[in-house]
Design a protein around this ligand. Structure first.
Ligand SMILES: NC(=O)c1ccc[n+]([C@@H]2O[C@H](COP(=O)([O-])OP(=O)(O)OC[C@H]3O[C@@H](n4cnc5c(N)ncnc54)[C@H](OP(=O)(O)O)[C@@H]3O)[C@@H](O)[C@H]2O)c1
Length: 359
């Protein structure tokens, strides 16, 4: 027995020492790499700022006109939703000699997108204009009227590839300083209760449109510019009864993390924003509103400890300014991220099963 104990304690001690050393080494390596990444971003940001302000920094051509600062009425564009085209917006009167720098926010007609526009308006003084994209024109007009920056509304459906091409044409004369990809939606229900249309449409908006929009803005970004992709904590694990949505967000999360590495040499900061439930937006009412699943409570009984959009957005923008790869803007999303790293996937799925049944 004593021998057995000795052998067991020998193996145990060596295993814990080995894995402890590996974990400590990995942790230190991560810290060093993170510090190097942040330093690289911040040095590139300084270069980018200097180049951008000198007037020589534009990577793309694009004739610049002297149209003066555009108000939101003049700024209407010609797109499949029927607004008028207004070109020559490259240089505004106050910033001649350099490319106009814009913040572009999708999903800006409500919820977090609208809040991002508001927060950028207050905190990002270097932006010359804020461009707002979503389908509902009146809601965009209302959001634009509350901003102090000149705002441009672009009412369009992002699931239509031709609309994104149209939007890309409008970007030619400008520099996209901040791109926030917020447009997205979910439907609650299992494989039987979410229609084929919604399954398809979620993939179209949450995955395809997100990638297409990102690729559309990238040619007009420079060192120091920032991208925020609205993912979700559901990207950290498979989520029954929110399956397609969570799988789509996992795609977007993975895409965002890899894109960040690819853009490191260009000094463009890419941040995956991963909120937990956010109650004060239209997201949950839309997710619950599913004709094929009127008893959504049988799928998900409750939405525990939701965050507030204002807090999520403020923290996400701060994380992006600091050059972070991931923003978990709240205690619940931080814990979800942590547990999903510590607990095997099967365990996380069963934990969710318990949570969604108990509420
Ligand atoms: N709320 C949450 O619990 C939560 C949690 C984690 C992650 N998220 C993610 O955060 C993002 C923002 O969500 P939210 O809570 O702010 O929801 P929201 O209030 O419903 O906002 C969604 C936005 O997307 C726009 N949109 C929907 N379909 C579109 C389309 N086909 N083309 C263009 N725009 C479209 C909507 O505007 P129109 O209807 O006018 O087009 C709206 O402005 C989403 O990507 C969501 O997946 C939300």
């Amino acid at each position: 027995m004593n021998y057995l104990q000795m052998i067991f304690s020998f193996i145990w001690n060596n295993l814990t020492a080995f894995f402890g050393a590996v974990a400590a080494a990995c942790f230190l390596a991560c810290l060093v790499l993170l510090a190097a990444e942040l330093l690289s971003y911040h040095s590139k940001k300084k270069q980018g700022g200097a180049v951008g302000d000198s007037g020589a920094g534009s990577q793309q051509g694009g004739a610049a006109g002297d149209s003066g600062i555009l108000g939101q009425q003049e700024a209407a564009i010609d797109n499949p939703c029927g607004a008028k085209r207004q070109e020559n917006v490259a240089l505004d009167a106050g910033h001649r000699g350099r490319r106009m720098r814009i913040a572009l926010v999708t999903g800006a007609s409500s919820g977090m997108g609208r809040e991002f526009a508001r927060c950028i308006d207050r905190t990002e003084a270097e932006m010359d204009e804020i461009w707002l994209v979503a389908r509902r024109r009146e809601r965009l007009e209302e959001a634009a009227s509350q901003l102090t920056h000149p705002a441009r509304i672009i009412p369009m459906d992002l699931t239509k590839a031709e609309n994104i091409e149209e939007l890309e044409n409008l970007l030619k004369p400008v520099r996209v300083g901040i791109f926030v990809n917020c447009a997205g939606y979910a439907k609650i229900g299992n494989y039987e209760k979410v229609s084929r249309f919604d399954s398809d449409h979620m993939i179209d908006l949450n995955c395809k449109a997100a990638v297409n929009m990102t690729l559309a803005v990238l040619p007009y970004m420079q060192a120091g510019d920032r991208i925020l992709e609205l993912c979700s904590t559901s990207s950290f694990q498979p989520v029954p009864h929110l399956n397609i949505y969570a799988a789509g967000k996992a795609f977007l999360y993975s895409y965002t993390r890899a894109l960040r590495m690819e853009l490191l040499p260009r000094g463009i900061v890419v941040t995956a924003v991963c909120p937990w439930w956010v109650a004060d937006t239209e997201f949950l009412p839309i997710a619950k509103d599913n004709a094929a699943n009127p008893d959504f409570e049988k799928s998900i009984r409750g939405f525990l400890l939701p965050s507030k959009k204002e807090t999520v957005v403020r923290r996400a923008l701060r994380a992006s300014r600091m050059g972070f790869a991931v923003s978990t803007p709240g205690i619940m999303c931080f814990l979800h991220r942590l547990f999903s790293k510590l607990i095997p996937r099967t365990g996380m799925i069963y934990l969710w099963e318990i949570m969604r049944r108990l509420g």
